[in-house]
Design a protein around this ligand. Sequence first.
Ligand SMILES: Cc1cc2nc3c(=O)[nH]c(=O)nc-3n(C[C@H](O)[C@H](O)[C@H](O)COP(=O)(O)O)c2cc1C
Length: 412
Amino acid sequence: MTVYYKGFPQSTREEKLKMTNLLELPEKVKKIMPEGAYYYIASGAENEWTWRNNTQAFNHFQIVPRALTNMQDPQLDTTFMGMNLKTPVMICPIACHGIANAEAEIDTAKGAKAAGALFGMSTYCNKSVQDVQKAVGKSHRFMQLYLSKDWDFNKMVIEESEKAGFEGFYLTVDALVSGYREANIRTNFTYPVPLAFFQEWTGGKGEGQSVAQMYANSAQKIGPDDVRKIKELTDLPLIVKGVKCAEDAYKALGAGADGIEVSNHGGREVDGGPATIDVLPGIAREVRHAGRKVPIIFDGGVRRGSHVFKALALGADLVGIGRPFLYGLALGGAQGVQSVIEQLNKELLIDMQLTGCKTIEDVKHAKIDHFTYSADWGISSTSKSVMPPYPVTEDNQLKGEAADAVSGASEH
Ligand SMILES: Cc1cc2nc3c(=O)[nH]c(=O)nc-3n(C[C@H](O)[C@H](O)[C@H](O)COP(=O)(O)O)c2cc1C
């Protein structure tokens, strides 16, 4: 059930998950994951206001149930940038899947493939693109780019990914430095498992570094010329990830991006910024004026099929999930990832039936209302007052060289 990398416990679970909804998963993961690793995933920046509101702001929009629709058996298949997918749910790029499972990105890619979903893989991955290709074969996957100051490194990531069957790229533009993530500071979090691209390029960098150190080593100065430069290096589609206003969407598209991802990095960067679902409709309306077709991915706070429904109806073509699939990976490996996507699919299908939407294209044209209700506040599960006591189990204790793995620099 658990193996150890230099004292860091990695789950080896491979099983379908039994759950009633995705909100149950974090508590289960807490019991099997070291504190620093759990809060690296679960937490957001500063007061976690944006992190919280990403999910709560879905309540600003209401799905209008439809009657007498004479429809049954809704279908989830959809196409995106030439790919045939079995679900509009997408796996967002997330660093260091080895925190959740020893098979890391290999299992995530397998789970996404089994569910027919697009898999986004981070530059900060533990398994190499070649390992993923060997284990998974042909599947729909995009590589995410955290630009390095070293363009030879960027070129290497693009070329290796292309050779390994990746079908497109995301350029992440909203994480030039790390957001002020207090949970990481409190737990002295450092990446516990080697990062494949850095191992190949710099002989082992990545492991033992704090999040702030990793970002400090990447490029802080990113502009439209970088988008153009990437487009010169590859013919594959490029999505600019981390757009929160129409002006920036235009900048990205003007520089040659093929699509945008409306994202605030899961509330991990600027705390106090708007929830992504609140900015999605305006961005979609602006960039698609005069019938222009611009592919839009959305992510941030999606925990329910109804959230997927609302995002599609408000302008998204695909809807990304971050933390929930990582929890699935920790609890059930590839099958856990698949279970998480299937849970969202199950809930989405119910909403589709009850709104008369036979296809995902119908959902994109579904009726949404916008009434204001009094806010339902919930305290953040990662706030200081809720963090302790942390459950101590056999599975979440460091073994052997544990001290090395947690002794890294702080975020300052
Ligand atoms: C632990 C963690 C690591 C992340 N790493 C990356 C990354 O390497 N690259 C990236 O573009 N986004 C990264 N993100 C942001 C996700 O791609 C996505 O935007 C976000 O998780 C969506 O919000 P959600 O977790 O509420 O679903 C990360 C998010 C988390 C939670």
